[in-house]
Design a protein around this ligand. Sequence first.
Ligand code: LRH
Ligand code: MN
Ligand code: MN
Length: 426
Amino acid sequence: MIPEQRIHDLNEAGLADHEFRLRYLTDLLSRRTLDVQGVIQQLVDFQVAIPSWALGTGGTRFGRYPLGGEPRCLEEKIEDVGLLNQLNGSSNSISLHIPWDIPRDIPALQQLLQEQKLVIDSVNSNTFQDQKDQHYSYKFGSLSHTDQAVRQQAIEHNLECIRHGEALGAKTLTVWLADGSNFPGQQHLRRAYLRTADSLASIYEGMPSDWTMLIEYKPYEPHFYSMVIPDWGTSYSLCQQLGKQAQVLVDLGHHLPNTNIEQIVGRLLQFGRLGGFHFNGSMYGDDDLTTGSIKPYQLFLIFNELVDGARDQAVTNAAVAYMIDASHNTKDPLEDLLQSIQNILTSYAKALLVDREALQEAQENNDVVRAEELLRDAFQTDVRPLVAEAYRHSGGVLDPIAAYRAEGIREKLIQQRGKLSLSTGL
Ligand code: LRH
Ligand code: MN
Ligand code: MN
């Protein structure tokens, strides 16, 4: 942890510039009767969970180039998230992957979480890899497998994930299935779906009444002919069958190129089934790049739907769980997470600036250009002072990446954990 005095000193250097820019923007936005303090408070309140697997290098089936200083155990992963949260006040939770992060000493972990002011967000099950002592292989599927014994093993793994999560106060189980087929004819498409629905129902029954099951979809990879849950329609239909505690999870990288993701978000909000987000950036597919690095306008349009839905009394969607799902081999993963959060908050801030009354009027009058310009006006506003101010309000620093570098954090982590430390994960 960085001492409070040091945080203060780090902010001192950029404070005059920051205040100048913030004052200008506040004046400008206030002329449009925008509640700037309200916007800053909404940025302060916005929290994005960090997945344990994003803290180390990885995310490729080719070479993996260790950076050094990467967390070697769950405790060190929690410490890394605590540090990120100290810098920007925007990531107060961590998402676990079982069995990469089996919690062992529960009281000690609880204490550490408390010290770091963090909570456990969700537990993610893993039936996409065979584990060492596993009886049956998932080569031909897990929850959709033709063999009841394999399905049962996968069901039990999910129930075990829930038990691990319960011990640490989590309330969400995320299920992503790698199940699918590589060749036409390999799998009976309808039967694979029915078996999956059945297996999910067994997990759902074993879930505590205050838990949520998030069902993630993905169109391809690791299978290239069919995936059992390829799209939001399939996730949605499974949720409908399961009950109120099941919700759809949208991972930004799990769409075919040019899919209108913001429209999917709007639909799910309308149906009250948007449960969670996995933020990342994508050029081709499931690239897991930095959020907002490739299509910032799309990210803004997604937030535009979220903000619009939140303001509409007719939308009764429960709170959405936000998480980053990224993996890095060329960047320092901690710097990437700081960048990702910066891009997420920037897009959110811009969406909060949209003049919704004027937009609705333009839409009702079919004034296409005016409607588009209203969105572009918000998108092109430089909101960085608002985001920096939100960091400062939460006790963080104005410029998290600069502070991370000035503090020599990576160098210190390498000293503590070694040059070759490798975390478990993707
Ligand atoms: C695979 C994946 C998926 C899950 C994560 C654990 O595509 O990236 O998005 O959420 O692994
Ligand atoms: Mn994901
Ligand atoms: Mn993915």
